[in-house]
Write a protein of this length. Structure first.
Length: 445
Protein backbone atom coordinates (compact mmCIF):
# COMPACT_ATOMS: atom_id res chain seq x y z
CA UNK A 1 0.00 0.00 0.00
CA UNK A 2 1.28 3.44 -0.86
CA UNK A 3 2.16 5.72 2.02
CA UNK A 4 0.13 8.44 0.32
CA UNK A 5 -3.17 6.59 0.04
CA UNK A 6 -5.45 4.20 1.87
CA UNK A 7 -7.06 1.50 -0.26
CA UNK A 8 -10.47 0.13 0.69
CA UNK A 9 -12.45 -2.76 -0.73
CA UNK A 10 -15.99 -3.54 0.38
CA UNK A 11 -18.72 -6.03 -0.49
CA UNK A 12 -22.26 -4.76 -1.07
CA UNK A 13 -25.68 -6.28 -1.34
CA UNK A 14 -26.64 -3.69 -3.97
CA UNK A 15 -25.03 -1.25 -6.37
CA UNK A 16 -25.62 2.48 -6.46
CA UNK A 17 -27.07 3.80 -9.67
CA UNK A 18 -28.19 6.85 -11.56
CA UNK A 19 -30.73 6.22 -14.30
CA UNK A 20 -33.34 7.90 -16.47
CA UNK A 21 -36.81 7.97 -14.94
CA UNK A 22 -40.20 8.92 -16.24
CA UNK A 23 -39.99 12.48 -14.99
CA UNK A 24 -36.29 12.91 -14.40
CA UNK A 25 -33.27 11.04 -13.17
CA UNK A 26 -33.55 8.35 -10.51
CA UNK A 27 -30.57 7.78 -8.24
CA UNK A 28 -29.72 5.34 -5.50
CA UNK A 29 -26.58 5.16 -3.39
CA UNK A 30 -25.66 2.17 -1.24
CA UNK A 31 -22.59 3.15 0.71
CA UNK A 32 -21.83 1.52 4.05
CA UNK A 33 -21.43 -2.29 4.14
CA UNK A 34 -22.27 -2.52 7.86
CA UNK A 35 -24.97 0.18 7.68
CA UNK A 36 -26.53 0.08 4.20
CA UNK A 37 -28.19 3.31 3.20
CA UNK A 38 -29.66 4.77 0.04
CA UNK A 39 -30.64 7.88 -1.76
CA UNK A 40 -33.37 7.52 -4.34
CA UNK A 41 -35.00 10.39 -6.21
CA UNK A 42 -35.57 12.18 -9.46
CA UNK A 43 -33.49 15.27 -10.18
CA UNK A 44 -35.61 18.34 -10.76
CA UNK A 45 -32.65 20.06 -12.50
CA UNK A 46 -30.24 17.51 -13.97
CA UNK A 47 -28.31 20.22 -15.86
CA UNK A 48 -27.41 22.02 -12.63
CA UNK A 49 -26.54 18.70 -10.98
CA UNK A 50 -24.16 17.71 -13.79
CA UNK A 51 -22.58 21.16 -14.11
CA UNK A 52 -21.89 21.30 -10.37
CA UNK A 53 -20.24 17.87 -10.34
CA UNK A 54 -18.20 18.72 -13.44
CA UNK A 55 -16.99 21.90 -11.74
CA UNK A 56 -16.15 19.93 -8.61
CA UNK A 57 -14.34 17.40 -10.79
CA UNK A 58 -12.29 20.17 -12.44
CA UNK A 59 -11.11 21.25 -9.00
CA UNK A 60 -10.18 17.82 -7.64
CA UNK A 61 -8.27 17.09 -10.87
CA UNK A 62 -6.23 20.31 -10.56
CA UNK A 63 -2.88 20.87 -8.88
CA UNK A 64 -2.00 24.54 -8.45
CA UNK A 65 1.36 24.09 -6.74
CA UNK A 66 3.08 21.39 -8.79
CA UNK A 67 2.81 19.76 -12.20
CA UNK A 68 1.22 16.61 -10.84
CA UNK A 69 -2.18 14.93 -11.29
CA UNK A 70 -4.94 15.57 -8.79
CA UNK A 71 -6.87 13.01 -6.78
CA UNK A 72 -10.17 11.93 -8.27
CA UNK A 73 -12.19 10.55 -5.34
CA UNK A 74 -14.67 13.03 -3.84
CA UNK A 75 -16.45 12.00 -0.65
CA UNK A 76 -20.25 11.75 -0.74
CA UNK A 77 -22.49 11.98 2.33
CA UNK A 78 -26.24 11.31 2.33
CA UNK A 79 -28.74 12.27 5.02
CA UNK A 80 -32.36 13.48 5.03
CA UNK A 81 -31.18 17.01 4.22
CA UNK A 82 -29.69 15.98 0.86
CA UNK A 83 -26.59 14.64 -0.86
CA UNK A 84 -23.22 16.31 -0.31
CA UNK A 85 -20.03 15.88 -2.38
CA UNK A 86 -16.67 17.11 -1.02
CA UNK A 87 -13.08 17.02 -2.22
CA UNK A 88 -9.72 18.76 -2.53
CA UNK A 89 -7.48 19.88 -5.35
CA UNK A 90 -4.40 17.71 -5.88
CA UNK A 91 -2.27 20.19 -3.92
CA UNK A 92 -4.88 20.23 -1.10
CA UNK A 93 -4.98 24.04 -1.30
CA UNK A 94 -8.62 24.19 -2.47
CA UNK A 95 -11.52 22.52 -0.65
CA UNK A 96 -14.74 22.18 -2.65
CA UNK A 97 -18.23 21.08 -1.68
CA UNK A 98 -21.49 20.62 -3.61
CA UNK A 99 -24.52 20.19 -1.39
CA UNK A 100 -27.69 19.12 -3.20
CA UNK A 101 -30.57 19.86 -0.84
CA UNK A 102 -33.56 17.54 -0.48
CA UNK A 103 -36.04 19.84 -2.37
CA UNK A 104 -33.86 19.47 -5.48
CA UNK A 105 -35.17 15.92 -5.86
CA UNK A 106 -38.64 14.61 -6.61
CA UNK A 107 -39.96 11.50 -4.84
CA UNK A 108 -36.73 11.29 -2.86
CA UNK A 109 -35.97 8.65 -0.26
CA UNK A 110 -32.98 9.29 1.99
CA UNK A 111 -31.07 7.22 4.47
CA UNK A 112 -27.60 7.81 5.93
CA UNK A 113 -23.98 7.08 5.06
CA UNK A 114 -20.65 8.23 3.64
CA UNK A 115 -18.34 6.89 0.94
CA UNK A 116 -15.88 8.11 -1.69
CA UNK A 117 -16.47 7.74 -5.44
CA UNK A 118 -14.22 7.95 -8.50
CA UNK A 119 -14.39 10.88 -10.92
CA UNK A 120 -12.38 9.42 -13.80
CA UNK A 121 -12.53 10.56 -17.44
CA UNK A 122 -15.34 8.18 -18.31
CA UNK A 123 -17.40 9.46 -15.40
CA UNK A 124 -16.87 13.06 -16.57
CA UNK A 125 -17.79 12.14 -20.12
CA UNK A 126 -20.97 10.57 -18.82
CA UNK A 127 -21.89 13.72 -16.90
CA UNK A 128 -21.29 15.85 -20.00
CA UNK A 129 -23.40 13.52 -22.11
CA UNK A 130 -26.10 13.38 -19.46
CA UNK A 131 -26.86 17.10 -19.87
CA UNK A 132 -28.56 16.35 -23.19
CA UNK A 133 -29.17 12.63 -22.91
CA UNK A 134 -31.59 11.07 -20.42
CA UNK A 135 -30.51 7.45 -20.91
CA UNK A 136 -27.25 7.42 -18.94
CA UNK A 137 -27.07 5.23 -15.83
CA UNK A 138 -24.53 5.51 -13.02
CA UNK A 139 -23.68 2.74 -10.58
CA UNK A 140 -21.48 3.64 -7.60
CA UNK A 141 -20.16 1.43 -4.83
CA UNK A 142 -16.98 1.34 -2.78
CA UNK A 143 -15.21 -1.12 -5.05
CA UNK A 144 -16.44 0.15 -8.42
CA UNK A 145 -17.90 3.03 -10.41
CA UNK A 146 -19.87 2.25 -13.56
CA UNK A 147 -21.53 4.43 -16.19
CA UNK A 148 -23.99 2.79 -18.63
CA UNK A 149 -25.96 4.00 -21.63
CA UNK A 150 -27.71 2.11 -24.44
CA UNK A 151 -24.48 1.30 -26.26
CA UNK A 152 -21.62 1.05 -23.77
CA UNK A 153 -20.50 0.91 -20.15
CA UNK A 154 -17.49 2.18 -18.21
CA UNK A 155 -16.09 0.63 -15.06
CA UNK A 156 -13.40 1.76 -12.60
CA UNK A 157 -12.72 -0.67 -9.75
CA UNK A 158 -9.84 0.62 -7.65
CA UNK A 159 -10.63 3.12 -4.90
CA UNK A 160 -7.94 5.10 -3.10
CA UNK A 161 -8.40 7.59 -0.29
CA UNK A 162 -5.45 10.03 -0.14
CA UNK A 163 -3.97 10.42 3.32
CA UNK A 164 -3.52 14.14 2.60
CA UNK A 165 -7.28 14.34 2.25
CA UNK A 166 -7.65 12.76 5.68
CA UNK A 167 -5.59 15.57 7.21
CA UNK A 168 -7.26 18.15 4.97
CA UNK A 169 -10.81 17.14 5.94
CA UNK A 170 -9.92 17.38 9.62
CA UNK A 171 -8.40 20.84 9.10
CA UNK A 172 -11.14 22.46 7.02
CA UNK A 173 -13.93 21.68 9.48
CA UNK A 174 -12.04 23.72 12.08
CA UNK A 175 -11.46 26.52 9.56
CA UNK A 176 -15.03 26.63 8.21
CA UNK A 177 -16.38 27.02 11.74
CA UNK A 178 -14.27 30.19 12.09
CA UNK A 179 -15.13 31.86 8.76
CA UNK A 180 -16.56 35.37 9.09
CA UNK A 181 -18.85 36.67 6.35
CA UNK A 182 -17.76 39.83 4.52
CA UNK A 183 -19.45 40.30 1.10
CA UNK A 184 -22.59 39.08 -0.70
CA UNK A 185 -22.85 39.48 -4.48
CA UNK A 186 -24.81 38.06 -7.42
CA UNK A 187 -23.20 35.31 -9.47
CA UNK A 188 -23.42 37.52 -12.58
CA UNK A 189 -21.31 40.22 -10.94
CA UNK A 190 -18.80 37.66 -9.68
CA UNK A 191 -18.59 36.20 -13.18
CA UNK A 192 -17.81 39.65 -14.61
CA UNK A 193 -15.18 40.12 -11.92
CA UNK A 194 -13.53 36.77 -12.69
CA UNK A 195 -13.42 37.52 -16.41
CA UNK A 196 -11.46 40.69 -15.69
CA UNK A 197 -8.94 39.04 -13.36
CA UNK A 198 -5.43 38.45 -14.74
CA UNK A 199 -4.57 34.79 -15.14
CA UNK A 200 -1.99 33.15 -12.93
CA UNK A 201 -1.83 36.25 -10.70
CA UNK A 202 -1.58 36.84 -6.92
CA UNK A 203 0.52 33.73 -6.41
CA UNK A 204 2.73 35.24 -3.71
CA UNK A 205 0.67 38.01 -2.12
CA UNK A 206 -3.13 38.28 -1.88
CA UNK A 207 -5.37 40.59 -3.79
CA UNK A 208 -8.01 42.14 -1.54
CA UNK A 209 -11.54 41.89 -2.94
CA UNK A 210 -13.90 44.71 -1.95
CA UNK A 211 -17.44 45.73 -2.98
CA UNK A 212 -17.75 48.23 -5.83
CA UNK A 213 -21.33 49.28 -6.56
CA UNK A 214 -23.23 46.08 -7.24
CA UNK A 215 -20.03 44.26 -8.15
CA UNK A 216 -16.48 43.66 -6.96
CA UNK A 217 -13.04 45.08 -7.53
CA UNK A 218 -9.53 44.04 -6.54
CA UNK A 219 -7.29 46.15 -4.32
CA UNK A 220 -3.74 45.79 -3.05
CA UNK A 221 -4.71 47.23 0.33
CA UNK A 222 -6.25 45.20 3.13
CA UNK A 223 -9.34 46.50 4.90
CA UNK A 224 -11.54 44.90 7.53
CA UNK A 225 -14.30 44.14 4.99
CA UNK A 226 -11.97 42.91 2.24
CA UNK A 227 -11.74 39.24 1.26
CA UNK A 228 -8.25 37.92 0.40
CA UNK A 229 -7.65 36.08 -2.87
CA UNK A 230 -4.42 34.16 -3.37
CA UNK A 231 -4.05 32.51 -6.78
CA UNK A 232 -6.60 33.86 -9.26
CA UNK A 233 -6.53 30.63 -11.28
CA UNK A 234 -7.91 28.72 -8.32
CA UNK A 235 -11.08 30.81 -8.17
CA UNK A 236 -11.51 30.92 -11.95
CA UNK A 237 -12.45 27.22 -11.94
CA UNK A 238 -15.85 28.33 -10.68
CA UNK A 239 -16.42 30.41 -13.81
CA UNK A 240 -18.05 27.67 -15.91
CA UNK A 241 -20.71 27.05 -13.29
CA UNK A 242 -21.42 30.77 -12.92
CA UNK A 243 -21.71 31.13 -16.68
CA UNK A 244 -24.67 28.75 -16.88
CA UNK A 245 -26.57 29.38 -13.66
CA UNK A 246 -27.66 32.42 -11.64
CA UNK A 247 -27.39 32.58 -7.88
CA UNK A 248 -25.95 34.44 -4.91
CA UNK A 249 -22.36 34.22 -3.66
CA UNK A 250 -21.25 34.83 -0.07
CA UNK A 251 -17.58 35.60 0.54
CA UNK A 252 -15.78 35.35 3.86
CA UNK A 253 -12.39 35.09 5.50
CA UNK A 254 -10.54 33.96 8.60
CA UNK A 255 -9.42 37.01 10.64
CA UNK A 256 -5.68 37.73 10.41
CA UNK A 257 -5.22 35.10 7.68
CA UNK A 258 -5.41 34.96 3.89
CA UNK A 259 -7.83 32.00 3.86
CA UNK A 260 -11.02 32.86 1.95
CA UNK A 261 -14.41 31.23 1.38
CA UNK A 262 -16.55 31.55 -1.77
CA UNK A 263 -19.94 29.87 -1.35
CA UNK A 264 -22.66 30.01 -4.01
CA UNK A 265 -26.36 29.36 -3.56
CA UNK A 266 -28.26 28.24 -6.66
CA UNK A 267 -31.70 27.54 -5.25
CA UNK A 268 -31.40 24.09 -3.71
CA UNK A 269 -27.71 23.69 -4.58
CA UNK A 270 -25.00 25.09 -2.34
CA UNK A 271 -21.59 25.06 -4.03
CA UNK A 272 -18.55 26.33 -2.18
CA UNK A 273 -14.79 26.71 -2.33
CA UNK A 274 -12.33 27.35 0.49
CA UNK A 275 -8.94 28.70 -0.66
CA UNK A 276 -5.81 28.22 1.44
CA UNK A 277 -3.59 31.22 2.36
CA UNK A 278 -0.97 30.32 -0.26
CA UNK A 279 -0.48 28.42 -3.52
CA UNK A 280 2.02 26.12 -1.84
CA UNK A 281 0.04 25.76 1.38
CA UNK A 282 -2.30 22.80 1.40
CA UNK A 283 -4.95 22.49 4.08
CA UNK A 284 -3.42 19.15 5.02
CA UNK A 285 -0.41 20.97 6.49
CA UNK A 286 -2.02 24.05 8.06
CA UNK A 287 -1.86 22.67 11.59
CA UNK A 288 -4.91 24.57 12.82
CA UNK A 289 -6.35 21.42 14.44
CA UNK A 290 -3.26 20.73 16.52
CA UNK A 291 -4.47 22.85 19.43
CA UNK A 292 -7.74 20.93 19.49
CA UNK A 293 -5.95 17.59 19.36
CA UNK A 294 -3.61 18.57 22.21
CA UNK A 295 -6.20 20.35 24.37
CA UNK A 296 -8.36 17.90 26.29
CA UNK A 297 -10.92 20.32 27.71
CA UNK A 298 -13.52 18.33 25.79
CA UNK A 299 -12.76 14.98 27.44
CA UNK A 300 -15.63 15.16 29.96
CA UNK A 301 -18.23 15.66 27.23
CA UNK A 302 -16.94 13.88 24.14
CA UNK A 303 -18.22 10.37 24.94
CA UNK A 304 -21.71 11.64 25.74
CA UNK A 305 -21.79 13.85 22.64
CA UNK A 306 -20.60 11.04 20.39
CA UNK A 307 -23.18 8.73 21.95
CA UNK A 308 -26.09 10.87 20.73
CA UNK A 309 -24.76 11.63 17.23
CA UNK A 310 -25.98 8.59 15.29
CA UNK A 311 -26.79 10.70 12.23
CA UNK A 312 -28.51 13.32 14.40
CA UNK A 313 -29.58 16.15 12.07
CA UNK A 314 -29.33 19.11 14.45
CA UNK A 315 -25.73 19.22 15.67
CA UNK A 316 -25.43 22.68 17.18
CA UNK A 317 -24.02 23.45 20.61
CA UNK A 318 -27.22 24.92 22.07
CA UNK A 319 -29.51 21.99 21.24
CA UNK A 320 -26.97 19.39 22.36
CA UNK A 321 -26.22 21.29 25.58
CA UNK A 322 -29.93 21.28 26.40
CA UNK A 323 -30.29 17.61 25.50
CA UNK A 324 -27.25 16.45 27.49
CA UNK A 325 -27.51 19.06 30.28
CA UNK A 326 -23.85 20.01 29.87
CA UNK A 327 -22.21 23.46 29.61
CA UNK A 328 -22.27 24.90 26.09
CA UNK A 329 -18.49 25.45 26.04
CA UNK A 330 -17.88 21.76 26.78
CA UNK A 331 -20.26 20.77 23.98
CA UNK A 332 -18.53 23.17 21.55
CA UNK A 333 -15.11 21.76 22.47
CA UNK A 334 -16.38 18.19 22.03
CA UNK A 335 -17.86 18.98 18.59
CA UNK A 336 -14.57 20.56 17.51
CA UNK A 337 -12.63 17.55 18.77
CA UNK A 338 -14.90 15.15 16.88
CA UNK A 339 -14.54 17.24 13.71
CA UNK A 340 -10.74 17.01 13.96
CA UNK A 341 -11.14 13.23 14.07
CA UNK A 342 -13.16 13.05 10.85
CA UNK A 343 -16.47 12.24 12.56
CA UNK A 344 -18.16 15.57 11.76
CA UNK A 345 -18.19 18.02 8.89
CA UNK A 346 -19.20 21.68 9.09
CA UNK A 347 -21.95 23.28 7.00
CA UNK A 348 -21.04 26.94 6.53
CA UNK A 349 -24.50 27.88 5.24
CA UNK A 350 -26.44 26.38 8.12
CA UNK A 351 -23.73 27.19 10.68
CA UNK A 352 -23.82 23.69 12.13
CA UNK A 353 -21.94 20.42 12.13
CA UNK A 354 -23.20 17.38 10.25
CA UNK A 355 -22.43 13.75 10.97
CA UNK A 356 -20.40 11.61 8.63
CA UNK A 357 -18.13 8.63 9.18
CA UNK A 358 -15.06 8.89 6.98
CA UNK A 359 -13.55 5.58 5.79
CA UNK A 360 -10.53 5.66 8.10
CA UNK A 361 -9.74 4.99 11.73
CA UNK A 362 -9.91 8.18 13.80
CA UNK A 363 -6.72 7.08 15.58
CA UNK A 364 -4.87 7.74 12.31
CA UNK A 365 -5.47 11.48 12.65
CA UNK A 366 -3.00 11.99 15.48
CA UNK A 367 -0.47 9.57 13.96
CA UNK A 368 -0.29 11.80 10.86
CA UNK A 369 0.59 14.92 12.89
CA UNK A 370 4.40 14.95 13.41
CA UNK A 371 4.34 18.11 15.54
CA UNK A 372 1.85 16.55 17.93
CA UNK A 373 3.88 13.34 18.10
CA UNK A 374 7.00 15.38 18.90
CA UNK A 375 5.10 17.32 21.60
CA UNK A 376 3.90 14.14 23.29
CA UNK A 377 7.47 12.83 23.20
CA UNK A 378 8.67 16.01 24.96
CA UNK A 379 6.12 15.43 27.72
CA UNK A 380 6.88 11.71 28.04
CA UNK A 381 10.61 12.41 28.35
CA UNK A 382 9.99 15.07 31.03
CA UNK A 383 11.74 17.74 28.95
CA UNK A 384 9.22 20.43 29.91
CA UNK A 385 8.71 22.10 33.27
CA UNK A 386 6.70 25.06 34.55
CA UNK A 387 8.25 28.19 36.06
CA UNK A 388 7.34 31.78 37.03
CA UNK A 389 3.57 31.27 36.97
CA UNK A 390 1.14 33.88 38.30
CA UNK A 391 -2.52 34.78 37.93
CA UNK A 392 -1.96 36.48 34.56
CA UNK A 393 0.56 34.24 32.82
CA UNK A 394 2.53 31.02 32.89
CA UNK A 395 6.01 30.13 31.68
CA UNK A 396 7.25 26.74 30.59
CA UNK A 397 10.84 25.73 29.86
CA UNK A 398 11.34 23.13 27.12
CA UNK A 399 14.68 21.37 26.77
CA UNK A 400 15.68 21.24 23.11
CA UNK A 401 18.82 20.04 21.33
CA UNK A 402 21.43 22.05 23.19
CA UNK A 403 19.05 24.95 23.81
CA UNK A 404 16.14 25.86 26.08
CA UNK A 405 12.89 27.20 24.65
CA UNK A 406 10.63 29.49 26.66
CA UNK A 407 6.86 29.18 26.22
CA UNK A 408 4.77 32.05 27.59
CA UNK A 409 1.06 31.52 28.19
CA UNK A 410 -1.56 34.19 28.83
CA UNK A 411 -5.34 34.06 28.73
CA UNK A 412 -5.30 35.24 25.11
CA UNK A 413 -2.22 33.66 23.55
CA UNK A 414 0.77 31.34 23.49
CA UNK A 415 4.27 32.49 22.51
CA UNK A 416 7.52 30.57 22.07
CA UNK A 417 11.16 31.60 21.72
CA UNK A 418 11.92 28.97 19.04
CA UNK A 419 12.87 29.78 15.43
CA UNK A 420 9.76 28.08 14.03
CA UNK A 421 7.46 30.35 16.03
CA UNK A 422 9.42 33.48 15.07
CA UNK A 423 8.86 32.58 11.41
CA UNK A 424 5.23 31.42 11.42
CA UNK A 425 3.74 32.63 14.72
CA UNK A 426 0.43 30.71 14.90
CA UNK A 427 -0.57 31.04 11.22
CA UNK A 428 0.27 27.35 10.71
CA UNK A 429 -0.82 26.16 14.10
CA UNK A 430 1.28 25.98 17.27
CA UNK A 431 4.88 24.76 17.42
CA UNK A 432 5.71 21.50 19.21
CA UNK A 433 6.87 23.37 22.33
CA UNK A 434 3.55 25.20 22.67
CA UNK A 435 1.72 21.92 22.06
CA UNK A 436 3.73 20.30 24.85
CA UNK A 437 2.70 23.14 27.19
CA UNK A 438 -0.95 22.67 26.16
CA UNK A 439 -0.73 18.96 26.95
CA UNK A 440 0.81 19.64 30.37
CA UNK A 441 -1.80 22.28 31.20
CA UNK A 442 -4.55 19.85 30.25
CA UNK A 443 -3.10 17.14 32.49
CA UNK A 444 -2.88 19.58 35.39
CA UNK A 445 -6.49 20.62 34.92
Amino acid sequence: MSLDTLEHRYSYRNSSHLSDGASGTDGQVILAPDRPFSFQGQFANSGLFCDALLCLSDIVRSNFAYAAPGMLDPVVTCDPNGVRFEGFSGCCGVYVTANFMEPMFDNAQFEFGTTNVDFNDDFRNGLSLFRQKQSLSLLVRHDAVELIDEDSSYREKKVKLPLRWLRGFCEVQNILARVEHRITCSSREVRKFLQGLPRNAARQHPLWIVPSGKGLRASTRETDQAVPLVGTDRLRLMEKLLRSHDGTISMGRIPDQATSSWFCEFGNLQFGMLLSPGIYRGFSGEGQVLSDLADESWKNAIDRVRGVLNWHENLDSDSLAAKLKLPRNEISSALTALATRGVLGYDLYQQRYFYRVMPFESSLVESLQPRLIAARKIVQQNRISGCDSNSDSERWIVQGSGVEHLVEVTQQSYKCSCIWYSKHKTTRGPCKHILAAMICRGEEA
